[in-house]
Design a binder for this molecule. Structure first.
Ligand code: TYD
Ligand code: MG
Length: 451
């Protein structure tokens, strides 16, 4: 191919796939209106094309056992990473603006105890230095740069030879190879590829910070997910202090691990017992409160669900779901009305997961529907009881994954009984637990047990 040839491609800002022709709907991820045109310098394309070629090299070295992971010194982070940062690995740290990505990236530096180049085109050197100082980080280890040209950053890396490069954020960095603004899909992919190649060739670990915006105005870091070895997302409701660090992909460890932190004046602090955090303010002896064991990654967390059902006095009844899916709430109300003969159509209904947690896991179903009934009937669910199970359309209780872990956490926190799906009990050894495990097959059965 001729050196100077420029090719036109269409990139999807949602999934990052590339197409030769424009389409209203992305043929790969089915999103509408996400394809846009990019001019690609074919010389750079052939160099940076495709998946990381040297990943096999990483695996070989791993088998040889010559590589040690670098611990960050923050156990919650190390656990999510699968034991620390591997040399030559690329980690994507995504999250909405202001959630604490820069703070977390700075905080892992002291524990690594090696040379780090922190590139931030978002904040000034003074701002960064001040923040690092506030977080108590030894400034000897960090080299700050506010450069945003990928080639210049790569030169700085070659000169400084750091163990870790932090790019804060990928949306502000641009490459001369691509004719579009920083943050566009083409730029993100090109820059991602350049840093990936450097990382694999020189064994420099790279943490790429990426902002996620709901509107998708700035190309999300989604497209980087295919490229990098590990994908971490930092999540949190701005109204609350706690932050959840989630691993969505990990070539060198387990996925779906979470770390829980609390944002404080000293930055992010680890929360080693999240169940206690989420149950700390539990109001005792009131109808409408239920507890269930959510599973965040491999770790169970006990969470309180609150429901309030009251007569709607004015016009259309209100429905409000905080932390659970609104459609699921509608389904629970229909099940209560149709299968259990409870009148819900004329009621205002509010459901809230305490602590601003957000659960998409259907294992919360049984606790939510029981909390709703508890509030409607004005009968308390016993304090020492935890519920877990998915609820189906005919009011049946369906099995959940990893029941043993959920039961163990429930027992550890001093609860006396747990109501679980009957179908789970075939494979569950009750004899291993001290807590009373009650199997149920329908919501009706739960209610006749409790109310
Ligand atoms: P930041 O790391 O800048 O978020 P991101 O890089 O994801 O955009 O952190 C943003 C918020 O965190 C900011 O509103 C202030 C708060 N914060 C603390 O509460 N304590 C601290 O020690 C620090 C450094 C930040
Ligand atoms: Mg930041």
């Amino acid at each position: 191919m001729a050196k100077s040839k420029v090719r036109i491609v269409f990139l999807c800002s949602s999934c990052g796939n590339e197409f030769a022709k424009w389409n209203g709907q992305c043929p790969s991820c089915s999103e509408w209106g996400t394809l846009s045109e990019y001019k690609v310098n074919t010389k750079s394309r052939t160099r940076s094309n495709g998946r990381p070629r040297s990943t096999t090299k990483m695996v070989d070295l791993l088998k040889k056992g010559k590589i040690n992971r670098n611990n960050t010194g923050i156990p919650e982070v190390d656990r999510v990473l699968g034991g620390g940062i591997l040399p030559g690995s690329m980690i994507l740290l995504g999250g909405s603006p202001g959630v604490g990505k820069s703070t977390l990236a700075l905080q892992i530096i002291p524990g690594l105890n090696s040379k780090v180049l922190y590139v931030s085109a978002e904040e000034s050197e003074d701002q960064l230095a001040l923040r690092a100082k506030r977080l108590g980080i030894d400034s000897n280890l960090i080299h700050l740069s506010t450069e945003n040209n990928a080639q210049v950053i790569l030169d700085q890396v070659a000169l400084l030879k750091p163990k870790l490069l932090i790019l804060d954020s990928i949306q502000t960095i641009y490459s001369d190879n691509i004719d579009s603004i920083p943050g566009s899909p083409g730029q993100i992919r090109e820059c991602g590829q350049q840093f990936l190649t450097m990382s694999k060739q020189n064994g420099v670990s790279v943490i790429v910070i990426g902002h996620v915006t709901k509107e998708g105005i700035i190309a999300g870091p989604k497209m980087l997910e295919h490229m990098v070895d590990t994908v971490l997302y930092l999540e949190g409701d701005p109204r609350f202090d706690h932050r959840v660090l989630r691993s969505e992909k990990n070539r060198f460890g387990t996925t779906n691990e979470v770390g829980i932190f609390q944002m404080s004046k000293q930055g992010l602090e680890e929360v080693s017992n999240p169940s206690e955090l989420f149950l700390a303010e539990r109001t005792k002896e009131v109808p409408g409160s239920a507890v269930f064991p959510a599973l965040e990654g491999t770790r169970p967390i006990l969470v309180e669900v609150q429901a309030l059902v009251s007569n709607a006095n004015f016009g259309t009844p209100q429905r409000n779901a905080n932390g659970i899916d609104y459609k699921r709430l509608s389904m629970f109300l229909a099940v209560l009305e149709k299968r259990l003969g409870m009148v819900m159509g004329t009621k205002d209904v509010f459901v809230n997961l305490v602590g601003g947690l957000r659960i998409s896991d259907p294992t919360a179903d049984l606790a939510v529907i029981t909390a709703l009934a508890s509030s409607a009937k004005d009968i308390i669910i016993p304090q020492d009881t935890v519920l877990v199970g998915e609820v189906g359309l005919v009011g049946e209780v369906r099995s959940v994954a990893k029941l043993d872990k959920r039961v163990a956490e429930t027992e550890a926190l001093g609860f006396k009984q747990i109501i679980v799906p009957q179908s789970n009990l075939k494979r569950f050894k009750k004899s291993n637990t001290k807590i009373k495990v009650i199997g149920v097959s329908s919501v009706k059965e739960v209610f006749s047990n409790l109310f």
